[in-house]
Design a protein. Sequence first.
Length: 389
Amino acid sequence: MKIDFDKLNDRRGTNSSKWNVGENELPMWVADMDFQTVPEVIDAMQQDVARGIFGYQYVPDEYYQAVRDWEKVEHNFDVDPDWLTFTTGVIPTIGDILRHLTDAGDNVLIQEPNYNSFYKVITNNGHQILNNELIYQGGQYSIDWTDLEEKLSDPQTTSMFLCNPHNPSGHIWSKDDLEKLAKLTNKYNVLVISDEIHGDILMPGKQYTPFASLDESLIQNSISLVSPSKTFNLAVLHAATAITPNENLRQRLQVAVGTNGHDEPGVLAINASIAAYTKGHDWLDQLREYVGKNRELLTEFVKDNLPDVTVVKGDATYLAWIDVTKISHDSAELNDFLRQETGLYLAEGTKYKGNGNDFLRMNLATTRSRVEDGLNRLKTGLEKYQAKH
């Protein structure tokens, strides 16, 4: 079935965090799509609601089989069913891991710039942020391996966040990079927490390597987290899956998420997730194609109209990482200016730390007409900003 991603869905007045903006504002900030989800997912939810009874639910084998089949078809990853644990979300589970599998005061190694919610979950759980800043050169990010090993060797460093694919840059870590990282973390007994929530949003022809698909000797000290939330625009479904190859670690994880009630699904989570994973392949293929065209549109527009701006080549996510180094080294101030002058609301790179001061993040998971509107506003706003500076 052909999906109409050009359909304008009015989300104002729907308790949408993204669209809680002024009348003339165009929000292209938070990682939330403006597209309706897979029709079969909506059908599954409507059937659950129609029953009119909303009691406790368990996680059936069909859920785990759906996750397994999805990973096999989409990522050629034949995951062991025993490795899978249902949870109510990636960030809640990360908090559970930090509280119950590591100690307060420990270092959590992170590679800046990185997903902004990581910082809060680390500090709110009494841990210390240790930055292995990514190298930015030639418009691409890479790992500073010397610095990484030095910081992994610190006895206080007990866990590391891996964002794969990387948010905000859209970079896909190669299998070689992942294997090298796994060997180092094993050497220093550092737990890898791999957030792979964007792993399905790949540009056409691209693929990523799930961390847990590496050789079993490399992944025994790891927990990977996947979810239908970004893939199918189901953030409020509160459903995710932890992939934990090591049995002892998995049992400890299950106690951790159970202690905080994060192993209990909401009434819509299970059947909707199963529908997404079993019926969503064609929808996702069309989404990738559409977002890929939006990314091409952005890149060409910037090339033709904004000579002082570059777009980082992103092979994954629907998020574009825009280099404004030649215009400003304070992207928060620049973003505020754009919003005030044009109504365009992007995400300031400063919140992702690292070299984020020089970047803006744009959400391309919206209609082509809104992307075109956003690009025209961006051009107008940047020209006004440069004229004043």
